[in-house]
Design a protein around this ligand. Structure first.
Ligand code: CTP
Ligand code: MG
Length: 223
């Protein structure tokens, strides 16, 4: 098995509100994207393609290992992953798709995703249980109903795929259909998606508080 990864890093990070694209924001002195790429390589991925905002190519090249392939992303995450797919090395037969916004994904999670692919899964996502009471609200903001939470899961990345399966699913997805993750793309093509345990440390950096927590996690890890 030859595993390659696409790291989606072309977003602006509007909710984080930093002075640069989110993937270049520093966590303990290193850009988020550099953390994310390292976790994938340590976890067993051989090649990495990073999709970046076109005008920031040089800034990304300056902070990533020279073996990483940098390609221009698109206006949406779906478009960025499409661009990454087109730039995968020929020999890759499985593909992990990861968010640069998840800098502290433990290599163990990467290894679990790869393990499920080795065992024959066409598509695999890391998940965590939902810990809060979860509700549906009506238009007026009142509770319409409570959702039984036992079967609910929060979905993380990296998500892993048989390469041909993922490529065919993206090819079948109408251009302009935007989905928030890659499991949704293969599910739209009728592909079953298996789950493996995720990790709280894989949390996505979305708002400033998430970065505060990530800084704390790095500090505590190293102390
Ligand atoms: N992403 C991407 N291309 C886009 C939009 C998002 O590659 N056009 C990537 C982001 O860089 C991020 C991942 O998809 O690593 C998850 O997206 P999100 O957390 O929403 O990041 P942003 O879109 O950058 O943030 P925001 O939605 O707050 O602007
Ligand atoms: Mg976004």
């Amino acid at each position: 098995m030859h595993a390659a990864a696409i790291v989606a890093a072309a977003g602006s990070g509007s909710r984080l509100g930093a002075d640069r694209p989110k993937a270049l924001v520093l966590l303990a002195g290193r850009p988020l994207v550099a953390w994310a790429v390292e976790g994938l390589l340590v976890g067993g991925v051989a090649d990495v393609v990073v999709t970046v905002p076109a005008i920031e190519r040089a800034a990304f090249a300056a902070v990533l290992p020279s073996t990483v392939r940098i390609v221009d992303g698109g206006d949406t995450r779906t478009a960025s992953v499409r661009a990454g797919l087109a730039a995968l090395p020929r020999e890759a037969d499985v593909v992990l798709v990861h968010d640069a916004a998840r800098p502290l994904t433990p290599p163990d999670v990467v290894a679990r995703v790869l393990g499920a692919l080795t065992a024959g899964a066409q598509a695999v996502v890391p998940v965590l249980p939902v810990v809060d009471t979860t509700i549906l609200v009506a238009d007026d903001g009142t509770i319409a109903e409570a959702v039984p939470r036992a079967p609910l899961r929060r979905v993380q990345t990296p998500q892993g795929f048989d390469r041909g399966t993922l490529a065919a699913a993206y090819a079948a997805l109408p251009v302009g259909t935007e989905l928030t993750d890659d499991a949704a793309v293969v599910r739209a093509a009728g592909v079953p998606v298996v789950t493996v345990p995720g990790d709280e440390r894989s949390a996505k950096v979305t708002v400033p508080h998430d970065l505060t927590l990530a800084e704390l996690a790095v500090t505590l890890d190293g102390s």
